[in-house]
Design a protein around this ligand. Structure first.
Ligand code: TXA
Ligand code: MG
Length: 326
């Protein structure tokens, strides 16, 4: 499918799947009520979980939300890129996009194909991740097809996503600004590049229910979940000391440089990276979770990364993907 076909499909109030540098997005015109309805329906997304709107640049955001000095500084530093702003919305954006909130999520994607589509249409593009609600986000065309099955809308193939996890979401409606979703850009990176002070939630505990949180509606405790139950250990040592077996278990480890104790040597292992670096682990995380899920063992076993800010996004996703914490 080409950029032109996607642009005309979106202009007709239809939806298609577009690549971004984070994950693939299920895209529709943010000002078409038909398109918005289709997005919620296809994803099976609860109506109280608002959508992200994509624009070419900070100026294009003026038309539908109230930008400010802080958004300008952050856009200069990080756009186009994986940083989403929460800002007060203007009337042109309907309540169905924002799930009734008076704020809207907006970002400028860096993927050249998404940008070409944005250049061809005259409206902002709503595009939540192109997975079914609560499941693992897709980072390639194949993942999208796996996730959506027969009813998959047209996909614009942009290769494998660079970052592999969704954008950092930052609430700019209050001071200090606050991270609502950990992602590729960390609070310390924002602070060091712009001098803007950033608050972020330090508790990564799951909420007791799977209800969306009030100030951060998409941060449901269950998310990114493989079908196979995921056992999440606090550390590599805890995982190594647990009795795992070849028949029922498989393991996901952050780096293939890990020295394996005898207890793990017979169990099938998937590695997230060759380096143990955040960037590499993030890029492979969702793909590896999907591949591990396809093996259909009784349990996928993995462990949290050290409690350092740079790993927050990965640990946050592992916690939400897990069903058993050990
Ligand atoms: O990287 C990304 O952000 C990808 C690509 C496709 O751009 N998109 C994405 O969209 O992850 P989605 O819908 O899966 O996640 C958007 C997050 C959700 O957690 C949603 O609840 C939150 O942003 N959000 C949207 N509008 C909001 C608002 N007004 N206030 C607070 N959170 C909001
Ligand atoms: Mg999502």
């Amino acid at each position: 499918m080409s950029v032109e076909v996607c642009a005309s499909c979106l202009s007709n109030g239809d939806v298609c799947v577009l690549p971004t540098e984070t994950v693939y997005g299920l895209a529709g015109s943010a000002i078409s009520s038909n398109a918005i309805k289709k997005i919620y329906k296809i994803k099976g997304r609860p109506p109280n979980n608002p959508l992200i709107v994509h624009v070419l640049d900070h100026e294009s955001a003026f038309d539908f939300c109230h930008t400010n000095n802080v958004s300008k500084i952050l856009a200069d530093a990080f756009w186009p890129g994986p940083l989403t702003f929460i800002l007060p919305k203007k009337d042109i954006i309907s309540n169905s996009v924002t799930a009734g909130l008076d704020t809207v999520a907006v970002r400028s994607p860096a993927h050249p194909l998404f940008r070409k589509v944005l250049e061809k249409v005259e409206f902002p593009i709503a595009a939540p991740s192109a997975n079914l609600s609560t499941q693992i986000s897709p980072t390639s065309k194949r993942d999208v097809l796996d996730a959506m099955g027969k009813n998959c809308p047209y996909i614009l193939d942009g290769g494998t996503c660079n970052f592999g996890i969704e954008s950092t979401v930052i609430d700019l409606t209050d001071s200090p600004v606050k991270i609502l979703r950990h992602g590729p850009i960390s609070a310390s990176e924002i602070e060091s590049k712009t001098g803007i002070k950033v608050n972020f939630p330090d508790s990564q505990e799951k909420s007791p229910t799977n209800e969306p949180q009030l100030n951060s509606p998409g941060q449901m405790s269950k998310h990114y979940a493989p079908t196979t139950p995921l056992r999440l250990f606090k550390s590599f040592d805890d995982l190594s000391n647990f009795h795992l077996n070849k028949k029922n278990d498989l393991i996901i480890l952050p780096s293939n440089k890990t020295n394996l104790p005898v207890s793990l040597q017979k169990v099938q292992i998937f590695y997230l990276s060759k380096t143990g670096e955040f960037r590499d682990i993030a890029q492979n995380l969702f793909r590896v979770l999907r591949e591990a899920d396809k093996i259909r063992k009784n349990f996928i076993n993995t462990h949290l990364l050290p409690e350092e800010e740079k790993y927050s996004a990965i640990n946050d996703k592992l916690i939400r993907a897990s069903s058993i914490n050990i």
